[in-house]
Design a protein around this ligand. Structure first.
Ligand code: ADP
Ligand code: 5GP
Length: 204
C-alpha cells in the first residue's frame, strides 16, 4: 500500500437490504479494503464465523469493552448491542487501507460527528416489499424479529438524506460497481489527490 491514509467508509441500510452481499462483491473487486469486524451480543446466524463476520460476545463482555472505551461507536439494534472496535480501524487506515464500517444509522451519525471526512453511503432495497421478501428468504429471523426489522427500516429511511450517497441494491454486482465508483471518485477529490501528488513523487 502507499504511505497515505485510507478512506473511512460507512455503509448503512435496513437489515436485509443486501449490505453483506454487496460488500462481498465489492471486496472481490478491490483488494485495498478492510472490513471492520464489529462486536455484537446477537447470536451467530448459520454460516457466520466468530472473528470474520462479527466478534460474538456476551452482554458482560460487551459491557467490559464499553467500560474500556474500546469502541469508535456503538448502538443498540432490535434488542442487541453492536459496536466498532477502534484499534483495528486506526491500524488499517494508517497502513493505507480503506476501512469499511457496516453499521446502523445511529452508529453512522456518531462516526460522522467524530470524523466529518468519512464517506457515507446508504444502501436501499428496491422496495419495502422486496426488503420483506429478502428478510423472509434469508430464513434466519423469527416473525417478531422480521417485523422489528421492518419497523426499524421505515424509520431508517427518513435518515438516508444524511448520507452523501445512496445506492439501490437491485442487482448486487451493479450495486458493488456503484460503490467502487464512489470510492474512485472520493480518491479523485482535489484535497486528497493534491496531498498524494505533493507527498509522493508523482508528476502533475
Ligand atoms: P444485510 O447484510 O443488509 O442484512 P444480506 O446481504 O444478508 O443483507 O441480504 C439479505 C438477503 O437478500 C440474503 O438472502 C441475500 O442473498 C439477498 N440479496 C442480497 N442482495 C440481493 C439482490 N440484489 N437481489 C436479490 N436478493 C438479494
Ligand atoms: P445484523 O444483525 O442484521 O447483522 O445487523 C443489524 C444492524 O446492525 C445492521 O443495520 C448493521 O448494519 C448494524 N451493525 C452491525 N455492526 C454494527 C456496529 O458495529 N455498530 C452499529 N452501530 N451498527 C452495527
Amino acid at each position: 500500500m502507499g504511505t497515505e491514509r485510507g478512506l473511512l467508509i460507512v455503509l448503512s441500510g435496513p437489515s436485509g437490504a443486501g449490505k453483506s452481499t454487496v460488500i462481498g462483491a465489492l471486496m472481490r473487486r478491490r483488494s485495498d479494503i478492510r472490513f471492520s469486524v464489529s462486536a455484537t451480543t446477537r447470536e451467530p446466524r448459520p454460516g457466520e464465523v466468530d472473528g470474520v463476520n462479527y466478534f460474538f460476545r456476551t452482554h458482560e463482555q460487551f459491557a467490559q469493552m464499553l467500560a474500556q472505551d474500546a469502541f469508535l461507536e456503538h448502538a443498540e439494534y432490535v434488542g442487541n448491542h453492536y459496536g466498532t472496535p477502534s484499534a483495528p480501524v486506526e491500524e488499517n487506515l494508517n497502513a493505507g487501507y480503506h476501512v469499511l464500517l457496516e453499521i446502523d444509522v445511529q452508529g453512522a451519525a456518531q462516526v460522522l460527528q467524530k470524523r466529518p471526512d468519512t464517506v457515507s453511503v446508504f444502501l436501499c432495497p428496491p422496495s419495502m416489499a422486496e426488503l420483506e421478501r429478502r428478510l423472509r428468504g434469508r430464513g434466519t429471523d423469527s416473525e417478531e424479529k422480521i417485523q422489528g426489522r421492518m419497523d426499524r427500516a421505515r424509520r431508517e429511511y427518513a435518515l438516508a438524506k444524511n448520507y452523501a450517497y445512496i445506492v439501490v441494491n437491485d442487482d448486487a454486482e451493479k450495486a458493488a460497481a456503484e460503490l467502487d465508483a464512489i470510492i474512485m471518485a472520493e480518491l479523485c477529490r482535489s484535497e486528497i489527490r493534491l496531498k498524494t501528488i505533493m507527498e509522493g513523487d508523482r508528476p502533475i
